[in-house]
Design a protein around this ligand. Sequence first.
Ligand code: XIL
Length: 347
Amino acid sequence: MLGAVLTIGILFSSACREEEMTPCSIQDKRLVDGVDFYCGNVVDLNRMGANLDYARIVNTQFNSVTAENIMKPAFLHPSENLFHWTEADQLADYCASHSKRLHGHTLIWHQQLPPWMLNFRGDQTAWENMMREHIFQIVNHFKGKVSSWDVVNEAFNDDGTLRNSIWKKNLGSSYLEKAFQYAHEADPAAKLFYNDYSLVINPVKRKAVLSFLNSLKAKGVPIDGIGLQMHLFNGFPENVEISNAIDEVWKNDYLVHISELDISINPFSQALDKAPQEELVRQAEKYLYIFKTYDRIHASYKFGITIWGVGDRDSWIRYFYNRADFPLLFDDNYQPKRAYCKLIADL
Ligand code: XIL
């Protein structure tokens, strides 16, 4: 009798496991249907033209778009008197014709700058004029097409001090408030964000950013929200750190954008040729936790969640950190992973 019960139990639990393993289909439901906030991704029109599965995922699953690279200073503003709009305009047209929100990334950063900007010489007024022109031209060009901007990206060090970027060196710490003001002048309707990494895992940095931005807001500087990049790992930060960070941001009266979400499974750069099943299970749980935690904040603070890449093969993590990794919702062949299926099933 006991043997029969055990056998049935084993059969039943392995059937459940089997069922859990069954991949879901992206035709059953759409990610955006399960939530009442914007779900975004970084979209590459070349990949879209080259791969039908990629295009189908972008078209059906997401209603917000960020450019992974083509709206950064090096691409949009290659020389002082030249702006290069072609690819970004194509992306804006795609968004307009497919009812997708377009989030602009990014106006002021210390990376992916054109050489002319890095080599720019002039006094503080010349730098101010240069920064104003850069921001004004870009935001004005996309007025009405781009709903929101990462005005300043990654301005803080891990210890909470301001990074000594070309902007800080030449304009002092007031460059941040000026950048927000110039962007607001160019498009008063655009939502303006400060965007950074490690704001979840590093409370010292988060508190420094919040107190700096709060002091600007108190002076009337138009800052609407904070982008928490969230390039995370399966094992860290802990879930409670994620919810603490989200809560701290909205409680300080900022829109919350989870702006560059990916969840790596290979923090120690092991040689992996595929993702271990148990890591995919943990990854799915972590994605679900983040979506659910975000979903419970008040609607007025939800700007949306943007995932940083469609299929694992598109992820910046692989080539930027030179390691095998599988951080996204779809695999190398654009098939749904456990994380996607769990979001679809449980949201
Ligand atoms: C990354 C892109 O994904 C890569 O393609 C590029 O080579 C480097 O930049 N934080 C940011 C993003 O704000 O702009 C970065 O994007 C990832 C880290």
